[in-house]
Design a protein around this ligand. Structure first.
Ligand code: SF4
Ligand code: SF4
Length: 468
């Protein structure tokens, strides 16, 4: 076995101090303690963040038409959204709903960049406006942020951990309420975990996951775990609004020596835009996947510009084309095509929702002989009736048709015509009729009305088959 030695003067290139924004030269994690820049945008974001927190906590307690505003009951496979219940059989509805959400995200990103990340994503909202302020409180950097002068003592660390646990437990309970409802949740909370081990385990796991995220993982979720950041290069174009540094105005930076006739830019290279960044990047290096558009660098730079007497907006909401001096175009292929697709999807969604009644029904012809001639000279056709009870009550169903058709309905298993809320059944039925009904063509189109005990009704059109 031979070993190859690297000659001394054939040195490897030195790694930069920060290989990635959160990775040190030696491969260890670079812990970020961003400074706070409480400027114009931060104040606006803070109002929205607190509003979103209140909305998140309030939603499980709100009702529409005596139904929860949102309840995603996975165990019962029932999803209530804005007081309307969706079942797993609503594949078209669910597909339309998912596509509508997806295209809304794509459209918003194409027009306004990662506005979701900076302003509304729960990760940013809770990290920057709940957990980061708590850290600053315990580290003695309240209202300023940045590295604390001295480390926290043991008692403070324990106290901070306890606050994190309480907050994560509260958030996890609120989160679980979206899936089980507040009534069931409060019942569980009051009883021993032994009586409901599975939900208790889910709760402990969720609290643990939140603690891991907000105490340890933090910005790594945006940098390496969230797919949205990775997709932004596809969803953005040069005309999309992003947080951008005006390199034409800012460069060359004022720091250092310059020739007397050399024109210098407005950037004083104070590094404030870097030290406030919650993902540790330097926005002056251009649009980066790590930028969550939190606007902290805008606020930091504006305050520096005010101090040095230069116009604000060296870092600002802008598009890459605008920064390069090109005209901003609101109407372009993606801002025309995406809204059109979205409009079609939303029209389909509204139509599908508005045509849903208290139950679904479908009639399926049994395989085998198309009809049976009975000794009474009547004809019988066999079907299976698919019923889905979409209401919140037990319902009984009945069948009827125009009296002059003389149809007789024989339900093979009458118990199946009554069913609990959210349930579905296949009910075998025989329909008998006079042989004269199909004389000539051997078939007759009929309309059968299905009615539930709440007076919801649907009409089923199909053919009866019989002798010519
Ligand atoms: S905060 Fe503004 S002036 Fe300071 S380094 Fe950043 S871009 Fe330059
Ligand atoms: S570069 Fe600016 S906008 Fe982007 S994450 Fe950093 S501070 Fe926020």
């Amino acid at each position: 076995m031979t070993s190859k030695t690297v000659p001394e003067n054939d040195a490897l290139l030195d790694a930069p101090d920060h290989v990635l924004s959160t990775l040190e030269k030696d491969g260890s994690r670079r812990w970020l303690r961003p400074k706070l820049a409480p400027g114009f945008w931060w104040h606006k974001r803070r109002i929205i963040a607190y509003m979103l927190m209140v909305i998140f906590v309030a939603i499980p307690h709100l009702q529409v038409n005596n139904k929860p505003l949102i309840l995603l009951d996975i165990a019962a496979r029932k999803f209530t959204i804005f007081g309307r219940t969706f079942l797993p059989t609503d594949t078209m509805l669910l597909a339309l709903l998912i596509l509508t959400v997806l295209f809304s995200i794509v459209l918003v990103t194409a027009v306004a960049g990662r506005v979701w990340c900076g302003w509304a994503c729960p990760q940013t909202v809770y990290m920057e406006f709940l957990f980061r302020p708590i850290d600053r409180l315990f580290e003695g950097t309240k209202g300023k942020g940045g590295k604390p002068k001295k480390g926290m003592n043991g008692a403070l660390q324990v106290a901070r951990f306890a606050v994190y646990v309480v907050l994560c437990a509260f958030l996890a309970h609120t989160f679980l309420a979206y899936f089980v409802g507040v009534e069931r949740l409060s019942e569980w909370v009051q009883r021993s975990p032994v009586e409901h081990p599975v939900p208790f385990f889910v709760m402990v796991f969720t609290v643990g996951l939140m603690l891991f995220d907000f105490m340890f993982f933090r910005e790594q979720l945006c940098l390496i775990a969230c797919p949205y950041g990775r997709f932004q290069s596809v969803m953005l174009d040069e005309q999309s609004m992003v947080v951008a540094y005006d390199h034409i105005r800012g460069e060359p930076r004022k720091k250092g020596k310059h020739a007397p006739d050399e024109k210098v830019g407005d950037c004083v290279d104070c590094n404030q835009c870097v030290v406030v960044c919650p993902t540790g990047i330097d926005i002056r290096k251009g649009l980066q996947m790590e930028c969550i558009n939190c606007t902290q660098c805008i606020d930091a730079c504006d305050s520096v510009m005010e101090k040095v007497g230069s116009p604000t907006g060296l870092i600002r909401y802008s598009s890459q084309d605008s920064i390069a001096g090109k005209v901003r175009r609101l109407f372009r292929a993606r801002t025309i095509v995406y809204p059109l697709i979205l409009l079609c999807l939303m029209t389909g969604l509204v139509f599908a929702i508005s045509t849903k009644t208290g139950f679904d029904s479908r009639i399926i012809r049994q395989t085998g002989a198309p009809f049976t001639l009975l000794p009474s000279l009547k004809v019988s056709n066999q079907f299976r009736l698919r019923l889905v009870n979409r209401t919140d009550e037990t319902q009984s169903y009945s069948l009827s048709a125009e009296p002059d058709l003389g149809l007789g309905f024989e339900v093979m298993d009458p118990d199946k015509m009554t069913m609990d809320a959210g349930k579905s059944q296949l009910v075998p039925i025989n329909i008998t009729f006079d042989a004269s009904l199909t004389r000539g063509s051997g078939r007759k189109e009929v309309t059968v009305t299905v009615k539930d005990s709440s007076d919801n009704q649907r009409e089923l059109d199909f053919y009866l088959l019989g002798p010519r």
